[in-house]
Design a protein around this ligand. Sequence first.
Ligand SMILES: [Zn+2]
Length: 244
Amino acid sequence: MLLYSGYYYDSSRYMGESPVTFVLFILLMIVTVISLIASSSVKSTFRKYQKMASRSGMTGADCAATMLRYAGINDVRVRQVPGELTDHYDPRSREVCLSESVYGSTSVAALGVAAHECGHALQHEEGYVPLSIRTAILPVANIGSKLGYPLVVIGLIISQFDFLIDVGIGLFAAAVLFQLVTLPVEFDASARAVRLTQQYNILLPEEKPYCIKVLKAAGMTYLASAAIAVLQLLRLMSIKGRRR
Ligand SMILES: [Zn+2]
C-alpha cells in the first residue's frame, strides 16, 4: 500500500500535479479510449442494420411523417440534410433533419434513427423538461466548451489573471451540465422511438431488437462524452485546489 501510494507521489511529482489530478488524468485517458470505441461502434452497428430492409417498406421520411401525424404535430417539417449520421431535430426551426442514408432508406437502422429524431420533436411539443433545460443552457455551454479550458490555463500562467480560473471553471461547468442533461433527453427519445415504431406498425416485433441495438450504440457515445466532461471538470477543480 505504501509502495502503491509512493508510486503515485513520484509519478505526480514528475507530472507536476497532485495524486488526485494524476488519477483523474489516467481515468480521462481510459474514458477517451472507450469514447472512441463507442463512436466507431455506432458507425459499424448502423452500417450492419442499414443492410437489413424493414418489412413495412417505409422510408425514414415516411416513418417521421407517420410519427408526427399520429402525434398530431403538423408544423414540424421533415427534410434531408447532407452527411453521414448528421440526423438531428432542430427545435428553433422545428425541423426533423434526416441524413441521406436515413431519409430515403427503408432499412431497420434508418427507421430507428428517424423515429429517434421524431422522439425529440415529440419531447419539444410536450415541453419535456430536460429538453427545455438543454435548449436554455446551450448558448453558455457552447462558450464554456470552447473557452472554459483556455481561460483556466491563462489564469494558471498569469497570476494577475487568476480570477479567470474561476470564470473558466464556471463556464466549463455549464458545458458539463449540458452533457449531463443530454442523457435523459437522448435515452427518452430512443425509448419513444422503440415504443412508437411498434405501436404504429413501422417495425415488426421481430425487428425491434435490431432497432434497440442501433439506438443503444448511439446512446453509449453520449454516456462516454458526459463521463469525459465530468472528469475534465473534476480535473480543473483539482488543479485549482492544488494551486490555492
Ligand atoms: Zn437524439
